[in-house]
Design a protein around this ligand. Structure first.
Ligand code: S3P
Length: 172
């Protein structure tokens, strides 16, 4: 049985920050799907979208998912917001959905010191009206794909990480 923890959820909900806390608390290795894809192509996600298109990006995510399911164990894996669509997601590990309202996400991103950079690097967050609709639709999908749901809004990454570890321990 795979022991990876897989964080899914909408763009900028804080998957990366929670993953880093989980790594600190458990001593496990952390892997970020977007970072891995950027390394594979030596390009930023934004450039991959612009040069190859979203469809190709999703294919790369699937390739990575298959690799993770086959070869990686005991890691903390943070994913891009659309990674939940990959086939056999649960084969990778325990899937945790970090759930927040859209306004909560926008509030979070706006409070970051490097707000503009965080916004600019996300092609699907450029049009906030479209992103709000995407969030509404995806929330249902994330709920279906998750083993556990954690409401992350207004909580620190450290608190969320502790909650995740408690849930996983209690449900053993
Ligand atoms: C995407 C989310 C991004 C990145 C890409 C597509 C999405 O990751 O994978 O821009 O479809 O929601 P973050 O969730 O880290 O922003």
């Amino acid at each position: 049985m795979k022991k990876n923890i897989v964080l899914i959820g909408f763009m900028a909900v804080g998957k990366g920050a929670v993953a880093r806390e989980l790594c600190a608390l458990t001593g496990r290795i952390g892997l970020d799907c977007d970072d891995m894809i950027e390394s594979m192509y030596n390009k930023k996600i934004k450039e991959i979208f612009a040069e190859f298109g979203e469809k190709k990006f999703r294919k790369i995510e699937q390739k990575l998912a298959t690799f993770l399911a086959k070869n990686v164990n005991n890691a903390i894996i943070s994913t891009g917001g659309g990674f939940y669509k990959v086939k056999k997601l649960k084969k990778i590990g325990k899937v945790i959905y970090l759930k927040s309202s859209f306004d909560g996400i926008i509030k979070r991103i706006k409070s970051a010191p490097n707000y503009e950079k965080k916004l600019a690097k996300r092609p699907l967050l450029q049009d906030l009206q479209k992103a709000r609709i995407l969030h509404e639709n995806r929330d249902k999908e994330y709920m279906k794909k998750a083993d556990f749901v954690i409401v992350s809004q207004d909580k620190s990454p450290a608190k969320i990480a502790k909650e995740i570890l408690k849930i996983l321990k209690d449900k053993k």
